[in-house]
Design a protein around this ligand. Structure first.
Ligand code: AMP
Ligand code: MG
Length: 500
């Protein structure tokens, strides 16, 4: 497929110093490409704090030249943007060629802390991987990814981040006509399980790809000799990071919604905020995505979905693990067999911290019984942990609205005893809980309202919600309404959408 004829050859110096080690070292895994023109680019939101952390000049980004790069219409002067290739299992079915159908990897930057990060545009026009799609994205879903990814970052969950959203001035056809937009995404890397699935079709590609991924994301493994199971250690490292990641999702009540293997990163970061949502009431069967009919990626199925994806990842590495297939399968299976213990350890550690009992592994019964209470009473996930801290301070009203006190009292009594046995001060424990249990998350009803207003040009609601969710632990009276759960009638009817 030739470059689209309306694609500009324009370049801009608003972003300089991009490198492209991925494209240079693994040429078969990407195609040099350009973004589509943007009729009327307008900067909707820019992340000044992130720009500074990347060593980028914010004034240059805001200039017409900067916005031209962020819209895809101009390429950074010294860079060769590429569309990357990957495969993937989507809802269990194998798709041999997915790739960046609407994204461009502009290149890599070294941030002020010395870390290499990818700069990627999402929604920048058709590429050779677009298949039937138009290559574009629209304002509301790109603002959604911007806000939710920045909220996840503020919550301490490893994630890709968002640098900017630009409206392109292009009409994009969805169910109706929507304003086109491009998101600039920043990631430790865009390698996915699907990248390895794609490479595995050409066996000579797997080892260079694995070595690149190890050097970039797990440098502590670089010096492991090949015959000392470097690639098995790589599998184990990715498994461990991803187990820790999904445990964090569970701890904040995050439902990714589309955990296909092309959306499982090698870096251990959350990627692709399409149909994601946060739960209100605690409900392991919660599904929001309109296309997840079987509940494959339901809230409580996320660890199992991840484990399945990691098995697909392990399969791509087998030839590097041992000359004998049976030996390789045995070794990989043993690593995959450690998943449940690792995941459970991360989850239990996190849950104990949420109730002020960090390190008290003997208290895991308390967690199970709290979850049962929350489930029975459909208690708001986020609100309950702040209410528990308030309860420790002697303010019993907020918990009583979530779980009637005759049901919570026996549990509270056991919890207080556990705290007393450890000699934990109640006030200090409540404060420690408030430092890790958020008040403000992107609540579905609030995010929906903010995106609807923003699509019509009113950004005040979006800006206010963004400010709150990027300071998730910090009580402010002016944000009181943003801590409130959605009415159940909203949640029961709420659906999210992929690829919009
Ligand atoms: P996602 O659901 O965002 O992970 O995307 C899955 C695949 O569909 C990727 O290969 C995307 O590049 C591709 N895709 C999603 N939306 C579009 C679109 N509007 N045009 C072209 N490709 C798309
Ligand atoms: Mg994706």
């Amino acid at each position: 497929m030739p470059a689209p004829s309306d694609s500009p050859t324009r370049t801009s110096s608003a972003i300089v110093g991009l490198e492209c080690t991925f494209a240079d070292r693994l040429p078969p895994l990407s195609v040099p490409w350009r973004g589509a023109d943007a009729p009327e680019p307008t900067l909707l939101v820019v992340n000044e704090e992130l720009a500074a952390a990347l060593g980028l000049d914010v004034a240059a980004l805001r200039s017409a030249d900067g916005v031209a790069i962020l819209s895809g219409a101009a390429a950074p002067a010294d860079a060769t943007p590429v569309a990357t290739a990957y495969a993937g299992h989507q809802f269990g079915g194998y798709a041999p060629t997915l790739g960046d159908g609407r994204a461009l990897l502009l290149g890599e930057l070294i941030d002020v802390d010395g870390h290499r990060v990818d700069l990627q545009l999402k929604g920048s026009g058709p590429t050779p991987f677009s298949r039937g799609g138009d290559g574009f994205a629209v304002v509301a879903p790109m603002l959604r990814e911007y806000l939710v990814s920045e909220a996840m970052y503020a919550l301490g969950v490893p994630t890709t981040r968002s640098l900017a959203v630009v409206a392109t001035g292009r009409d994009v056809h969805r169910t109706g006509t929507e304003p086109g937009a491009v998101l600039t995404r920043v990631a430790a890397g865009h390698l996915r399980v699907g990248t390895f699935e794609y490479a595995a079709r050409r066996p000579e590609l797997v080892q260079p790809l694995a070595d690149y991924a190890i050097a970039r994301h797990y440098p502590e493994l670089v010096d492991l000799p090949e015959d000392d199971n470097r690639y098995l250690a790589f599998l184990e490292a990715v498994l461990d990071c991803q187990a820790a990641l999904v445990a964090k999702w569970m701890l904040v009540g995050f439902v990714h919604g589309v955990m296909n293997t092309d959306n499982t990163t090698i870096s251990g970061e959350t990627i692709d905020y399409g149909p994601c949502a946060f739960i209100d009431a605690f409900d392991l069967s919660a599904v929001f995505s309109s296309i997840d009919h079987g509940g494959r990626y339901a809230f409580g199925n996320q660890p199992a979905a991840l484990k399945w994806n990691l098995a697909r990842f392990a399969e791509t590495l087998l030839t590097l693990m041992a000359a004998e297939p049976d030996e390789a399968i045995g070794a990989a299976t043993a690593v995959l067999g450690t998943f449940d213990d690792r995941y459970n350890r991360y989850l239990v550690e996190g849950m104990l911290a949420k109730i002020g009992l960090a390190g008290d592994v003997g208290a895991s019964d308390l967690i199970d019984d709290l979850l049962a209470l929350m489930s029975d009473h459909r208690a708001d996930w986020t609100g309950t942990f702040r209410a528990l801290a308030n309860d420790l301070r002697g303010d019993h009203a907020s918990l009583a609205t979530l779980i009637p006190s005759e049901h919570s009292d026996p549990w509270l009594h056991r919890w207080h005893t556990a705290l007393d046995v450890l000699g934990r001060d109640r006030g200090q424990t409540a404060d420690a809980m408030d430092r890790i249990n958020p008040l403000y998350i992107p609540r579905n009803h609030q995010l929906d309202a903010a995106l609807r207003a923003a699509t019509h040009g009113d950004f005040a609601t979006f800006e206010r919600l963004l400010a709150a969710v990027t300071h998730p632990f910090e009580y402010r009276g002016e944000w009181e309404d943003l801590a409130a759960a959605a009415p159940p009638s909203f949640t029961d009817a709420f659906h999210t959408f992929c690829g919009t």
